[in-house]
Design a protein around this ligand. Structure first.
Ligand SMILES: Cc1ncc(COP(=O)(O)O)c(C=O)c1O
Length: 307
């Protein structure tokens, strides 16, 4: 997605002009990936723009910082407010929000202790070409030869920059092979997730998704979809999924802040179900969008108005 400049970025406590939010080329994070980030959406609702699952995203940001030992000198309430202030300053109705915490300029060497911990929050429109068509028809995906990292190598549960080398390798390979996305397996060969999405399968009316122990990022959309299954009385299991279950599924879909609820129509050249969006996928997708766009009762408190 190509970026277009917006008015402001929240940078270490101040709203500064978009072009003024800059780093030095010797910043630690550029060399050693000492950074963590979040991806959040604000939706346009009848009551004005609202951030989706703000508290959950801020909580995950602080957890990522804790896991990779980035002491963020702010409180969660301050970051939540800064996120809302950024969207207001940019006068956005619906947007994608990117908080980034990183080690800045000061010293070089793997251990970053002499480098300041900095934070920036940007917001901008997320434009997805053929959005309606994609959400209706879904993606053709391929199982990657790149595995998700083994549990004792990199922290899959942290949304840290270094993990996205793995994601970029997988999605790059998928595109080279003519697929739109990758599905990665975990170190034991069980289904893990996409490059930036969690995965769900449906077999005979039961929805299944890999557990946190399969080297996934604990997706916030994943948690919402699990809740929606409970709300709608749909059977759901979190369990290790052998690769073959991808090829025998009646339905499959990805979840994520960018992906939202995205059907998967083909895996490794085999049609999923009859190759069209499945009925449970459509039901969950509709429920998700109705709540996110403020058109149904927000029973779980997922929406936070920006103003
Ligand atoms: C690797 C990975 N898995 C899953 C997800 C989906 O998580 P969420 O629903 O919180 O956006 C993301 C996106 O943040 C991701 O980068």
């Amino acid at each position: 997605m190509k970026l277009t400049p917006q008015p402001k970025i929240w940078f270490n406590g101040e709203l500064v002009d978009w072009d003024k939010a800059q780093v030095h080329v010797l910043s630690h994070a550029l060399h050693y990936a000492s950074s963590v980030f979040e991806g959040i959406r604000a939706y346009s609702t009848p009551k004005g723009p609202a951030v989706f699952c703000l508290a959950q995203h801020v909580e995950r940001l602080f957890q990522s910082c804790r896991i990779v030992r980035l002491p963020l000198p702010w409180q969660p309430a301050q970051i939540s407010q800064a996120i809302r202030d950024t969207v207001v300053a940019n006068r956005q109705e619906a947007c994608y929000i990117r908080p980034l915490v990183y080690r800045g300029y000061g010293a070089l060497g793997v251990l970053p202790d002499d480098c300041p911990v900095e934070i920036a929050i940007a917001s901008f429109p997320w434009v997805r070409p053929n959005e309606e068509q994609l959400l209706a028809n879904g993606l053709a995906v391929g199982v990657s030869s790149w595995r998700r990292m083994a549990p004792d190598t990199l922290p899959a549960m942290a949304k840290c920059a270094g993990n996205y080398v793995n994601s970029a390798l997988a999605v790059g390979e998928a595109k080279d092979r003519g697929f739109q996305e990758a599905v990665m397996l975990d170190v034991d060969g069980f289904v893990s997730e996409g490059s930036g999405q969690n995965i769900f399968l449906v077999h005979k009316g039961t929805v299944s998704t890999p557990p946190v122990g399969s080297s996934i990022l604990g997706g916030i959309t994943r948690a919402c979809v699990i809740q929606l299954c409970r709300d709608l009385g749909i059977a759901l299991v979190e369990q290790r999924l052998p690769r073959e279950m991808l090829y025998t599924a009646d339905e499959a879909f990805f979840t994520g802040t960018v992906a939202e609820v995205m059907p998967i129509r083909m895996v490794d050249g085999l049609q999923v179900g009859n190759g069209a969006r499945g009925s449970l996928t459509q039901r969950l997708q509709e429920r998700f969008f109705t709540i996110a766009r403020g058109r149904a009762e927000d029973r779980h408190g997922w929406l936070t108005p920006v103003a």
